[in-house]
Design a protein around this ligand. Structure first.
Ligand code: AMP
Ligand code: GLY
Length: 423
C-alpha cells in the first residue's frame, strides 16, 4: 500500500525509517518531511494542517494509510475530515478523532476525563477571565510551587511552575486577562504540584484493545542537570531503568486500562498512539498529561526497539484486531541525544551546513530541523539531528551516541552531555 506520514521532525524521520522496512509499504510519502525523510520517501510540499492539500496528494498518489505525527492536525480534526469525505473514507488514519484529541487539545478536558474515570492525577481547578479572583483565592489555598497550565495547545510552552505566590498570581492574570498564550490561555488549569520522578508510557489502541510500547524518559531542559529553559526534548532513554514490573503493573492497571476503558465509555473513537506523561510519587504513578501522538524525541528511542512490522500493527489498529498481534521488543536499551542550534530554545541561526553524518556507523542519525539544499544538508530548525544508539544498558548506548556525535559538525552545535545523569 501507499502510505503518507504527516510531519517534519525526528519523530517522522523515525516513522519513515521503520515503515520503509515493511514489505507491506509500496510507496512512502512524507508531508512536508525533511532531509532525512527525503532519503527514504518522497517529500510532499504540503502543510500538516492543509487538509484540502493533503486530500489532493492522497488521491493523486493512491494513498490508503495516513500516519499523523504531530498533534495539530489531530486536534483540528483531520480524522473527521477524512471520515466525512466520500473520496477519503476508505483511507486508514492513524490517530484519534477530534473529540478524543481534546485529551491533548484541552487540559481541562483531560482533567475531567481523569477525574471521571478515577485515574490518579493532581488535584486541580480551572479558571477564566471572569473568575480570575477565585483563581487568586485558590492559589492561596495551595502550597508552593504553583502549577499553571494554559488549557489549549501552546507548542509545549503553556505550563508554568512558580515558587512565589505573588508571581503565580501575576502569571495567572497575564494568561487569563492579557492572553499570554493567545486563545490557548482563555482558560487556565491550576494544579497541585507533584514531587516525583517523571517517565512516559506509550500505548497503541484500536479503540477496543490496547498494546503497550516501551516506556521512555525524556530530558526537556536545555541545560545540564535539568536547568534552564524547557525545550521540545534534548534526549531520551528507553526503557526507563526504574520502571520495574511492580511499577509497570500499577501503570497498566490504574492508568492505561482505565484510560482505554474511559475512551470506550465516553464514546471517544481512537485509533492511534496515546502518550501518557507520568510522575511517580512515593512509588505511585500519577498522570500529568495525555498526548494523542508519539513523543519527539521519545519515538527515536522507542521505535528502534520495536521488532514487529509497524505497518502490520497499523493495519491491525485500522481493523480493530490489535489483540491478535504480538508486539516484539528488543530487550536492549536505546538512547537518543539531540543536537541543537546554538541559542535554541531562544533565537538561533539557520542555514548552517552539517557535515560528518555519513561517517556515523554505530548509531542511527535521525534528521529533525535539517533540509537538503542542492545535495548539502543544512540546519533549518532549533532541534537539528538526533543520534540514537542501542546498548546493553543506557550507559553503553550513550557512550556510542556521544562517540558518533564527535563525527558530526555544524556551526554553533549544542547538545546535552549528561543525558541519563539522574538515573
Ligand atoms: P505538561 O505540558 O503538562 O507535560 O507539563 C510540562 C512539565 O511540567 C511536565 O513535564 C512536568 O515536568 C511539569 N508538570 C506538569 N504538571 C505538574 C504537576 N502537577 N506537578 C509537578 N510538575 C508538573
Ligand atoms: N518530548 C515531549 C513531547 O513530544 O511532547
Amino acid at each position: 500500500m501507499n502510505i503518507l506520514i504527516l510531519g517534519a521532525g525526528g519523530r517522522e524521520h523515525t516513522f519513515a525509517w521503520k515503515i520503509s522496512q515493511s514489505p507491506l509499504c509500496k510507496q512512502l510519502f512524507v508531508a512536508p518531511g525533511n532531509s532525512g525523510t527525503s532519503s527514504l520517501a518522497t517529500n510532499l510540499n504540503v502543510s500538516v494542517v492543509d487538509f484540502e492539500g493533503i486530500k489532493e496528494q492522497v488521491l493523486t498518489h493512491a494513498i490508503t494509510m495516513v500516519v499523523v505525527g504531530p498533534e495539530d492536525p489531530l486536534v483540528n480534526g483531520i480524522y473527521d475530515f477524512f471520515l466525512q469525505d466520500i473520496e477519503l473514507q476508505h483511507v486508514a488514519v492513524i490517530g484519534p478523532q477530534k473529540a478524543a484529541a481534546q485529551l491533548e487539545g484541552s487540559k481541562e478536558f483531560a482533567k475531567e476525563f481523569l477525574y471521571r474515570h478515577q485515574i490518579p492525577t493532581a488535584a486541580y481547578e480551572s479558571f477564566t477571565k471572569e473568575t480570575v479572583n477565585e483563581g487568586y483565592t485558590f492559589l492561596e489555598t495551595l502550597k508552593p510551587p504553583y502549577v499553571l497550565k494554559a488549557d489549549g495547545l501552546a507548542a509545549g510552552k503553556g505550563v508554568l511552575i512558580l515558587t512565589e505566590l505573588e508571581k503565580a498570581k501575576q502569571e495567572l492574570k497575564s494568561m487569563l486577562v492579557d492572553s499570554k498564550f493567545g486563545v490557548a490561555s482563555t482558560k487556565v488549569v491550576i494544579e497541585e504540584f507533584l514531587d516525583g520522578i517523571e517517565l512516559s508510557c506509550f500505548v497503541l489502541t484500536d479503540g477496543k484493545h490496547y498494546k503497550l510500547l516501551p516506556t521512555a524518559k525524556d530530558y526537556k531542559q536545555i541545560g545540564e542537570g535539568d536547568t534552564g529553559l524547557n525545550t521540545g526534548g534534548m534526549g531520551a532513554i528507553s526503557p526507563v531503568p526504574f520502571a520495574d514490573s511492580n511499577l509497570l503493573t500499577k501503570i497498566e492497571n490504574r492508568i492505561v486500562n482505565p484510560t482505554v476503558e474511559g475512551l470506550i465509555k465516553d464514546n471517544l473513537p481512537y485509533k492511534g498512539f496515546i502518550f501518557i506523561g507520568l510522575i511517580v510519587v512515593d512509588n505511585e504513578p500519577m498522570v500529568i498529561e495525555y498526548n494523542v501522538r508519539m513523543g519527539d524525541p521519545e519515538t527515536e528511542a522507542v521505535l528502534p526497539r520495536l521488532k514487529t512490522d509497524l505497518v502490520e500493527i497499523f493495519q491491525a489498529i485500522d481493523n480493530e484486531s490489535l489483540n491478535e498481534i504480538e508486539i516484539e521488543i528488543d530487550p536492549k536499551t536505546a538512547v537518543t541525544v539531540m543536537l541543537v542550534s546554538g541559542g535554541y530554545p531562544e533565537a538561533y541561526d539557520k542555514g548552517k551546513e552539517i557535515t560528518g553524518i555519513e561517517d556515523v556507523k554505530d548509531s542511527i542519525v535521525f534528521h529533525a530541523g535539517a533540509t537538503n539544499v542542492d545535495g548539502r544538508i543544512m540546519t533549518s530548525g532549533g532541534r537539528v539531528l538526533t543520534v540514537t544508539s542501542l546498548g546493553d544498558d543506557f550507559r553503553s548506548a550513550l557512550e556510542t551516541s556521544y562517540k558518533s556525535i564527535d563525527k558530526i559538525k555544524f556551526d554553533a552545535m549544542n547538545y546535552r552531555k549528561d543525558i541519563g545523569f539522574d538515573l
